[in-house]
Design a protein around this ligand. Structure first.
Ligand code: COA
Length: 296
């Protein structure tokens, strides 16, 4: 699909994206590149990085792949430094690396819980921590009152509660909290804008095939407002938020899910509501003597 944004809205910017070589992260890398940014992709698998970089370069995008695991502070520091060595500056950090699997809490080991917290929450903080010196105002390529942007990819699982997702719900709740805290503290001290995106179910992603395997799809098709989004939907939100169009958005996580998280089964039909509403109203009306009219 065509982008509604001008192709130079991110011109001259450099973005580093964890998880940027696959799924939603790769689509954000692609759209950032198509809108003028240079991109550094961080990931654990060299072959995945290589093929993503080849695709991006074939589109004329300046891209590099950097191997690393967000759970290792030394990897985070090395990848951030390599981005600076290669491109000379860092304007946008996207934390898209995440881990997930379906599991009942009683069968999730504390190490399994910790693994997802380590990737999603601690990994996000570690990357922010290592990137600060380059993202803050006055950093390479930045003016004295112009810092960079941090974009954290979150979820909506923790807004209520989600079956078999205790670990990811806890991890993404922490990510949202990091988004708010850094927006307050680093926004004030370093002029860095910190925002999040909470995607709904997005087709053709590892997340969807893990959380909603084909075998389970029929069980959700009846859900109100259930439809799949596209990676493009998330990437367009990212372009908006990272560009000057989003300059007054800070400290919040934008839900991009077609309204899915608000989804509730309709427990009473419209016809029944029409029939019953006034009956119930009359029954519960209180007379001036304080006695319900139905009891008179
Ligand atoms: N059910 C229950 N526990 C599981 C599990 C599952 N499906 N998959 C992993 N675990 C547990 C392991 O048993 C282990 O705990 P233990 O030591 O107590 O046995 C712990 O999680 C770590 O697993 P391991 O496979 O060693 O971790 P890893 O670092 O190789 O992989 C994952 C991390 C598990 C998050 C893996 O799914 C991953 O790499 N994910 C990245 C891609 C992804 O999930 N994308 C979707 C994003 S929405």
């Amino acid at each position: 699909m065509e982008s509604p944004f001008k192709s130079d809205v991110l011109k001259g910017k450099v973005a580093l994206l964890t998880g940027g070589a696959s799924g939603i992260g790769l689509e954000i890398s692609t759209q950032f590149g198509k809108h003028g940014a240079s991109v550094a992709l961080m990931g654990r698998r060299k072959n995945v990085l290589d093929s993503a970089v080849n695709v991006l370069r074939s589109l004329g995008i300046r891209a590099i792949g950097l191997e690393g695991d967000v759970r290792k502070q030394e990897d985070a520091a090395r990848v951030v430094d390599s981005t600076i060595k290669h491109f000379g500056r860092l304007d946008i950090l996207v934390n898209a690396a995440a881990g997930n699997f379906l599991v009942e809490p009683e069968n999730l080991s504390p190490n399994g819980f910790r693994t997802v917290m380590d990737i999603d929450s601690v990994g996000t903080f570690t990357m922010c921590h290592e990137a600060l010196k380059y993202l803050k105002k006055g950093g390479p390529g930045k003016g004295p009152s112009c810092g960079g942007i941090i974009l954290n990819i979150s979820a909506t699982l923790h807004y209520t509660a989600s079956w078999y997702q205790i670990h990811v719900s806890a991890a993404k709740a922490a990510v949202d909290s990091i988004t708010r805290s850094l927006a307050l503290e680093w926004g004030t001290d370093y002029d860095i804008r910190v925002i999040g995106i909470a995607p709904g179910p997005i087709s053709d992603t590892a997340g969807l095939s893990k959380l909603l395997p084909e075998e389970m799809r029929s069980s959700i098709e009846h859900m109100p407002r259930f439809k799949f989004g596209e990676k493009w939907d998330i990437a367009m939100a990212a372009v908006y938020l990272a560009s000057d169009a989003g300059k007054f958005v800070n400290g919040t996580t934008v839900v991009v899910d077609g309204g899915h998280w608000l989804s509730r089964p309709r427990y009473i039909s419209k016809e029944e509501v029409k029939k019953l509403s006034r009956v119930v109203e009359r029954r519960s009306r209180i007379t001036p003597t304080g006695v319900p009219s139905s009891k008179l």
